[in-house]
Design a binder for this molecule. Structure first.
Ligand code: ASP
Ligand code: MG
Length: 412
């Protein structure tokens, strides 16, 4: 008998029929003898609808505390409906809001962090044979204020409950059947991964594969909670996300190709190459709360150098203005930028034990005549910046070069 936390996202509980289907599914697990805690999101579209209402009343400036009071109602509706559906099927159940469980958070409204979970009530209910249904995305601070955990936060609720209860697995049910080697809309030969490590998943998620809230993956990694992504209404093993890094013959070096069109590149040229210059360039950028991703400083010629970095596209205009001012201040030749870029990354823990992975990547891109503008590497990732119009070609070429294409479709 296992203890399983199952989280169902907004589309999986988006209609009354779907809630009934989820109830039937939970009932089946229950009949297998497993203890089940279910975490649900608000019905799809509901959180957006509520935010929109708040914006109308406040000209887009809702106070965090009051926004959280309202946003938490989305999930409160779903827990009640799911419990009713379970009771109708004869399954003993009880629903709780985050505050009723006592999911204690800090007081950072709309982006609160979980500090502690009281598991007593839940354990007593499970022992009494009840399915426990918990509202995702919400908690309560030490003063009794309702808080929410940030968009997509129900994933984190699921993982946190699984950690607190030492569950055997946290299952995230969603509208895809697992984590893929890359976006199947770009590469039809993309494959569902049987397994991926927390570290790899974090890289994939932070690079734009939006299956899970990033924070939930960090949490799962920290507390070593096995996470499984599954389709809500199709049978299948999904993708298991674990700590495990076993090497096997079939284990590919690269697990996936991630990409991101959300960045823009800024360059300052003819910078006097003196100590402290990187700080003079990036200091004002970070003071404006703009996050910098990749950074490259060229070898200097005639005591001047070029310096290039990337930021989120939304920050591009702002960063360019700052950089132009910096160029004047430090006597650089010019500042400019380009947002027609994309970042492509190969991700895999297998890289640690295999040399030549980066050069294989560069070779594949060279064969397609794709120019690399910037490169950065970490232990389990190599990223390049290329011109945006070559993004899809690059992803496809890399997917093939690293032998990720689904076997039956290979060579299509
Ligand atoms: N309902 C919240 C949202 O839409 C939380 C979640 O679904 O995970 O972001
Ligand atoms: Mg979600």
């Amino acid at each position: 008998m296992a203890l399983i936390v199952q989280k169902f996202g907004g589309t999986s509980v988006g209609t009354v029929e779907r809630i009934q289907q989820v109830a039937a599914k939970v009932k089946k697990f229950r009949e297998n003898g497993d203890d089940i805690v279910v975490v649900v999101s608000a019905m799809s579209g509901e959180t957006n609808r509520l935010i929109d209402l708040a914006n109308q009343v406040t000209d887009g400036q809702p106070v965090g505390r009051e926004l959280d009071v309202m946003l938490s109602t989305g999930e409160q509706v779903t827990i009640a409906l799911l419990s009713m559906a379970l009771i109708k099927l004869g399954v003993p159940t009880v629903s709780y809001t985050g505050s009723q469980v006592r999911i204690l958070t800090d007081s950072a409204h709309t982006k609160a962090r979980i500090l502690q979970i009281d598991d007593q009530k839940l354990r007593a209910d499970l022992k009494a044979g009840r399915v426990v249904v918990v509202a995702g995305f919400q908690g309560v601070d030490e003063h009794g204020n309702i808080t929410t955990l940030g968009r997509g936060g129900s994933d984190t609720t699921g993982v946190a409950l699984a950690a607190a209860l030492k569950a055997d697995e946290c299952q995230i049910y969603t509208d895809v059947d697992g984590v893929y080697t890359t976006d199947p809309r770009v590469v039809p030969q993309a494959r569902r991964l049987e397994k991926i490590t927390f570290e790899e998943m974090l890289e994939m998620a932070s690079l734009g594969s939006k299956v899970l809230q990033i924070r939930s993956v960090e949490f799962a990694g920290k507390y070593n909670v096995p996470l499984r992504v599954l389709h809500s209404f199709q049978e299948g093993p999904g993708t298991l996300i674990t700590l495990d890094e076993e090497e096997s013959m079939e284990q590919p070096i690269i697990s996936g190709i991630a990409f991101n069109r959300d960045e823009a590149k800024l360059t300052i040229r003819g910078v006097p190459d003196t100590p402290g210059v990187a700080f003079k360039i990036l200091g004002p950028v970070s003071a404006a709360n703009i996050e910098v991703d990749m950074i490259v400083q060229n070898v200097s010629h005639d005591n001047t150098t070029d310096f290039t970095f990337t930021v989120h596209r939304n920050d591009y205009a702002n960063a360019l203005e700052i950089l132009r001012a910096t160029a004047e201040n430090i006597g650089a030749r010019e500042a400019g930028g380009d947002f027609n870029i994309a970042k492509v990354s190969i991700v895999g823990v297998g890289m640690r034990s295999h040399a030549g992975v980066a050069s294989r990547m560069f070779e594949a891109l060279a064969k397609e005549n794709i120019n690399i503008q910037m490169i950065s590497t970490s232990e389990i990732k190599v990223s390049v910046v290329i011109e945006e119009k070559y993004l899809e070609l690059a992803v496809r070429a890399l997917h093939t070069a690293f032998e990720l294409d689904a076997p039956d479709r290979q060579g299509d």
